[in-house]
Design a protein. Structure first.
Length: 254
């Protein structure tokens, strides 16, 4: 039993250390710090506390601290189990093949000045690949202009795709949306106005596909929903996946 505990501590320490590196990577590479990697740091830090410090013994000395210790551990375990279920749903959603020549709805992301960020550029390239593979399909480029952006996300995507050789007649801009809910609500209006197929190929990052699908369904999308996933830089994946775990419950009251 003692040897088993030692092995568990070693494995836990290694897992926590790897996790800290993964959640720190976007901070050092892109200066990205959000609720996703902050939560990751907290979980990995607690795992290191359990594996490397005498604090668990101190917690167990008193009845009150024992209860606190157990509550923290139970909450962490429940959260990780919930996260595993959500991650499984994300992976399943990413494998939803769009209907033939479905209308691509390209969800915007941050623009720096007039140029796309790494995340937005990956979505643009995914949309271009889809349009090249689906010659009869058109795309709705959806995303408004934030206070720190010189042009709208829709305009940025349009400019980049036209410069890359995509026929502008295949692109429809929606430049008012400020969140994913509005992305779909406004895009569906344009799809109906332009007589496009209601079958939709959602173009976004893989970690975002499941929540985007749920939002689209809440907005009354009646056609078939498929996924076109961007080639996300790996450093974003752990941080944004955990952020999706935290964002998903907000759909209950939106």
């Amino acid at each position: 039993m003692k040897a088993f505990k030692v092995v568990c501590r070693i494995l836990g320490t290694v897992a926590a250390a790897v996790g800290l590196v993964l959640f720190a990577a976007p901070v050092f590479k892109y200066g990205l710090l959000n609720i996703g990697n902050l939560t990751g740091f907290a979980l990995c830090g607690w795992m290191l506390v359990l594996c490397l410090t005498p604090l668990p013994r101190l917690f167990k000395r008193f009845a009150v601290t024992r209860r606190i210790f157990r509550v923290i551990n139970v909450c962490c375990a429940i959260f990780l189990l919930y996260g595993a279920v959500v991650t499984g749903a994300i992976l399943l959603t990413c494998n939803n093949t769009p209907a033939p020549n479905a209308t691509a709805v390209v969800l915007g992301a941050q623009v720096r000045g007039t140029r796309p960020t790494v995340v937005l550029r990956a979505r643009i390239e995914a949309a271009e690949r889809y349009l090249q593979e689906s010659p009869e399909a058109k795309a709705v480029l959806t995303g408004g202009k934030g206070s720190d952006e010189q042009i709208s996300e829709a305009d940025c995507m349009y400019n980049e795709m036209v410069a890359d050789g995509i026929d502008p007649q295949r692109l429809i801009k929606e430049d008012k949306a400020t969140d994913t809910k509005e992305n779909f609500a406004f895009s569906m209006q344009l799809i109906e106005q332009n007589g496009l197929t209601p079958d939709i190929a959602v173009v976004t990052d893989g970690f975002h596909q499941f929540r985007a699908k749920l939002i689209a369904q809440k907005q009354g999308v009646s056609g078939r929903l498929g996924a076109v996933c961007a080639d996300t830089d790996w450093v974003f994946v752990p941080t944004y996946t955990v952020r999706e775990w935290l964002a998903l419950p907000t759909l209950l009251w939106k």
